[in-house]
Design a protein around this ligand. Structure first.
Ligand SMILES: [Zn+2]
Length: 248
């Protein structure tokens, strides 16, 4: 009986502690300081108000934190059905991500974000083309996303194909877009697709050219960035470590 009583008391104290901690956090920490991941709880998506309160830089920080959770195996437990339900009437993503087709670089997983948090477009070599630019303009200008991210990665097959001058069907034209990164790559050493460091250096140059291309070819996004409404940035994902390195 006494043991039971002690346990009840302990449970009450623990519950009270949790309540006080939660209350203290609510009072002491401004809403934007919470890890939004990107929505603030795992059972729903970002609301328009939450997304609009974010700055372009805070979206970058959220993605960095999400990548850290992914790398450390501490991903947020998500209720995908809850996110599906809450986002069905409307979506308010915070970012537009242009990534590679590569099956090992799923943006939502490596950034630990949920349904409705980001627009994600994927094409081999994460190349910028008119359709992707139109999608980014929709994502930012029409829908209100705060960040455009070009996401390249290590050991990219499209980059290797461009280095090797692969010619095959429609792939030829796609790789031609990646090839412009080759003369833009500063590299001392063996310049071949067998040299992993060289492949990654070209992939990095390809990301930087992609970012520059977006600014040059989309006056809409360029103007939004100059006004501080959005940021256009590039990053490289390391297949081996899981680390996303923001390069611009
Ligand atoms: Zn790739």
């Amino acid at each position: 009986m006494r043991i039971w009583s002690n346990r009840s008391e302990e449970a009450w104290i623990m519950g009270r502690r949790r309540f006080l901690c939660a209350a203290a956090l609510t009072c002491a920490v401004p809403p934007l300081a919470f890890s939004m991941q990107l929505a603030p709880d795992m059972s729903r998506s970002l609301t328009k108000e939450e997304r609009d309160r974010m700055t372009p830089q805070s979206v970058v920080e959220e993605l960095k934190r999400g990548n850290e959770r992914f790398r450390n195996g501490k991903m947020s437990p998500r209720d995908y059905l809850g996110e599906k339900r809450s986002s069905a009437p409307g979506q308010y993503p915070a970012a537009v991500i242009l990534g590679c087709l590569d099956s090992r670089v799923p943006a939502e997983i490596i950034f630990d974000i949920g349904i409705g948090d980001a627009f994600v477009g994927r094409v081999a070599g994460n190349v910028v083309n008119d359709d992707m630019l139109g999608s980014m303009e929709f994502g930012c200008k029409v829908s209100g996303a705060k960040l455009v991210l070009v996401l390249g990665h290590t050991a990219c097959g499209a980059v290797k194909g461009a280095i090797d001058d692969v010619v095959m069907g429609n792939l030829t034209g796609l790789l031609a877009r990646v090839k412009s990164a080759i003369p833009a790559t500063k590299f001392d050493g063996e310049k071949s697709s067998k040299n992993a460091s060289y492949v990654d250096a070209v992939a990095r140059a390809n990301v930087l050219l992609g970012v520059a291309d977006i600014r040059r070819r989309s006056p809409i996004l360029d103007e939004m960035e100059k006004k501080g409404n959005i940021k256009i940035v590039g990053a490289m994902y390391d297949l081996a470590t899981g680390m996303v390195d923001f390069v611009s």
